[in-house]
Design a protein around this ligand. Structure first.
Ligand code: BGP
Length: 480
């Protein structure tokens, strides 16, 4: 679809950036914070890049004011961050910890004082270790009331100032990495347990959204989903089918549940054949289908598309992703009988082998729009790259500017196509810890002076992309 003229970005468009508590805060034992599953997992040898952890991260806990000042200087309209459950309830439940509540009060107030809209992620992967120990975390339905109690505490405390809430960040990623690939906590490799835990994740999501809608809080709520649209490797019908399989298996399996309250029939059938189907009670079904449990927007985390081809029943299985930062080192990966990853000769890759595909973002937005008819908040998008700090403390990240410019253009086109896009919070504002890739895979507009070996002085230096984004925001997306 070509447009003679592009439709302007809405005046209220939320230009922003995003982060997650574990990746930026540090202060992992301060302010009464309890330990999360990540605090423990990073200490298992070989799990993260060179054993990196978020004990100090980029010390946002102590430097949040400096970070918010920089956000204000860039002209950010929104900032998406997550709350660490373990700061609010050190053991996951019981009495709330006032010091933790106050930290986010101060952050939210500071943002609002700078006219920056807070977008709060309730859960970005840092489950209280106490709940993991007590009942196996996501594998027990006991998490439903505990999570709801945590979410209610946040709504009651911050609901007068927060208008955008994200329930679960990338449920598809943390469940699959946690229970299928053992690359996230609790480091399990068991598809049956994965689907069972994931179903409980859906019940949590629905319970929280329903509660929010029933209790008259202001604002909007929805999950953030990591959507990588699938392309067929070529026009062969068998590969078209593989792309359809991938779309159903990787994406509709989650998004259909959020919006329609059911799993795709094709995947239910496949799971039943494999003996992997999660148990769904009548009460679950009623909750999941209740319109009050459905999101107000779809949060979209978009990094790349996947190109796929047919994969026989005895074909290749799931492989771990490239965490080496050496382009071309990814292994073959797929789901036997459904699809496998194929090379796309039209796309460049990042050093971690992620496909660079701005048009894929437009496609993602259009597919969400036509299937779900929901506004979309782009809650993550960005380029992980090696950056060089020059002697004068400048960082010439023209590759990041290029990446983001093309993605902003794609959003502009999607809006012109008729998609309701509410905002764009890039990943990330400052550099931060990459869960599995240490500190050298940088995403920020602001360089943080630390690496794997040393915390150095943790000084903040705006990159060239910082000034570029400032101009994009000031012109509401016109001056790219
Ligand atoms: C998303 C997560 C973020 C962030 C981002 C970049 O999946 O929600 O927390 O980490 O990916 O990923 P990575 O750090 O692996 O490059």
């Amino acid at each position: 679809m070509e447009h003679k003229e592009l439709t302007a970005f809405p005046k209220s468009f939320l230009w922003g950036s995003a982060s997650a508590a574990y990746q930026i805060e540090g202060a992992y034992r301060e302010g009464g914070k309890g330990l999360s599953v990540w605090d423990k997992f990073v200490r298992i040898p070989g799990k993260t890049y060179e054993g990196t952890n978020g004990d100090v991260a980029v010390d946002h806990y102590h430097r949040y004011q400096e970070d918010v000042d920089l956000m204000a200087e860039a002209g950010l309209k929104a900032y998406r961050f997550s709350i660490a459950w373990t700061r609010i309830f050190p053991n996951g439940k019981g009495e709330p910890n006032e010091a933790g509540l106050k930290f986010y009060d101060d952050l939210i107030n500071d943002l609002i004082a700078h006219k920056i809209e807070p977008v709060v992620t309730i859960y970005h992967w840092d489950l209280p270790q106490a709940l993991q120990d007590e009942y196996g975390g996501w594998e027990s339905r006991e998490i439903i009331p505990d999570f709801l109690n945590y979410a209610k505490t946040l709504f009651d405390r911050y609901g007068d100032r927060v208008r955008y809430w994200v329930t679960l960040n990338e449920q598809n990623i943390f469940m699959q990495h946690g229970y299928l690939m053992a690359s996230h906590p609790p480091a399990v490799k068991d598809p049956k347990r994965m689907y069972a835990a994931n179903h409980i994740g859906n019940l949590v999501n629905a319970t929280v959204i329903k509660y929010f809608h029933e209790h008259g809080y202001q604002g909007q709520i929805g999950p953030s989903f990591a959507y990588s649209p699938a392309y067929p490797a070529d026009a062969a019908p068998i590969n078209q089918l593989a792309a359809d399989n991938a779309e159903q298996f990787n994406s509709y399996y989650w998004m259909d549940m959020y919006v329609f309250g059911h799993y795709p029939d094709l995947i239910r059938k496949w799971q039943t054949e494999q003996g992997l189907a999660p148990e769904i009670t009548e009460a679950d079904d009623a909750l999941l289908k209740d319109p009050l449990s459905h999101p107000d927007f779809m949060g979209l985390n978009y990094y790349q598309t996947n190109t796929v081809a047919a994969n026989p029943l005895d074909g290749v299985g799931m492989a771990a992703e490239n965490t080496s930062g050496k382009k071309g080192t990814s292994k073959e990966s797929g789901v036997p009988g459904l699809f496998k990853m194929a090379k796309n000769d039209y796309l460049q890759k990042t050093d971690w082998d992620w496909n660079i595909d701005p048009i894929g973002l437009r496609i993602a937005l259009r597919r969400i729009n036509s299937r779900y008819q929901l506004p979309v908040l782009i809650t993550e998008n960005g380029l992980g790259a090696f950056d060089t700090l020059e002697a004068d403390h400048e960082i010439h990240d023209d590759y990041r500017i290029h990446f983001l410019r093309e993605h902003v253009k794609a959003i502009h086109e999607a809006i012109s196509d008729g998609v309701d896009v509410i905002g764009y919070t890039t990943w990330s504002f400052t550099d931060l810890l990459s869960w599995l890739n240490g500190y050298r895979k940088r995403y920020g507009f602001v360089y943080v002076n630390r690496d794997e070996e040393s915390e150095k002085d943790l000084a903040r230096y705006p990159k060239d992309s910082f000034y570029w984004y400032k101009q994009v925001i000031a012109s509401n997306g016109e001056d790219l």
